[in-house]
Design a protein around this ligand. Structure first.
Ligand SMILES: *[C@@H]1O[C@H](CO)[C@@H](O)[C@H](O)[C@H]1NC(C)=O
Ligand SMILES: *[C@@H]1O[C@H](CO)[C@@H](O)[C@H](O)[C@H]1NC(C)=O
Ligand SMILES: *[C@@H]1O[C@H](CO)[C@@H](O)[C@H](O)[C@H]1NC(C)=O
Length: 187
């Protein structure tokens, strides 16, 4: 629902929210059904893999659980919830793999640029090296931004990006000191 729609229909929305809260509340706080209690007690026995509370939590995760008639229906509901979870995990992985692939390409290019800057430095072409180091500087940020903007909202490369950023800035700064007329404020 958009903000504008909320403004237009505050009264209706509040009524709806109260109704839903009551409905959800009655499902969530009521005593678990007998089948849920016996099933979850069996699953949650000492040494079992999943605790009783997690098992009973099925009721809030899927309201259909409250109406389940037998263990098989509960198994269907738990499996169905797992499907939803796995679907979201696959989307997260898809997004991460794509963005990490982009980062990999950025960094491979950065390495080539750094390699060329090394050649320039060794040959005394300080200005050329400086320009290449400036180019290389942008890569760690680009990788961070790529992951930040990704739908997975995860950045497993934060430390590596920070390290590469710091080191490449340092190399650039030291190189710039050797220029007769340091091109300040280029960044
Ligand atoms: C299975 O999950 C979908 C949404 O993920 C839901 O619409 C459907 O009612 C669920 N079915 C059962 C049997 O829980
Ligand atoms: C996946 O399962 C976890 C733990 O039960 C839950 O917190 C999370 O919201 C679920 N995600 C989806 C997309 O169902
Ligand atoms: C980066 O370049 C150096 C040469 O300067 C090379 O030894 C190294 O293997 C390269 N790394 C990658 C990942 O390409």
């Amino acid at each position: 629902m958009t903000v504008m729609a909320m403004h237009q229909q505050v009264g209706l929305l509040l009524t709806l929210i109260l109704f839903l809260a009551a409905a959800v509340g009655s499902l969530a706080v009521g005593t678990p059904s007998a089948i849920i209690r016996t099933t979850c007690a069996a699953v949650g026995r000492p040494g079992g893999e999943v605790g009783y509370d997690t098992c009973v939590g099925l009721r809030s995760a899927d309201p259909a659980a409250a109406a389940a008639k037998d263990e098989r229906q509960l198994a269907v509901i738990a499996t169905n919830l797992t499907v939803a979870n796995v679907t979201s995990t696959v989307l997260v992985l898809d997004d991460l793999v794509k963005n990490l692939g982009d980062c990999l390409r950025y960094y491979r290019d950065m390495n080539k640029t750094l390699d060329a800057a090394l050649g320039d430095l060794r040959a005394g072409r300080v200005e050329a090296a400086s320009g290449k180091l400036l180019d290389a500087n942008g890569v760690p940020d680009s990788c961070d931004i790529q992951l930040f903007e990704g739908s997975a909202k995860k950045n497993p490369m934060r430390k590596e990006n920070t390290d590469a950023d710091l080191l490449s800035r340092l190399a650039y700064a030291i190189t710039d000191l050797q220029l007769p007329n340091p091109p300040r404020h280029r960044r």
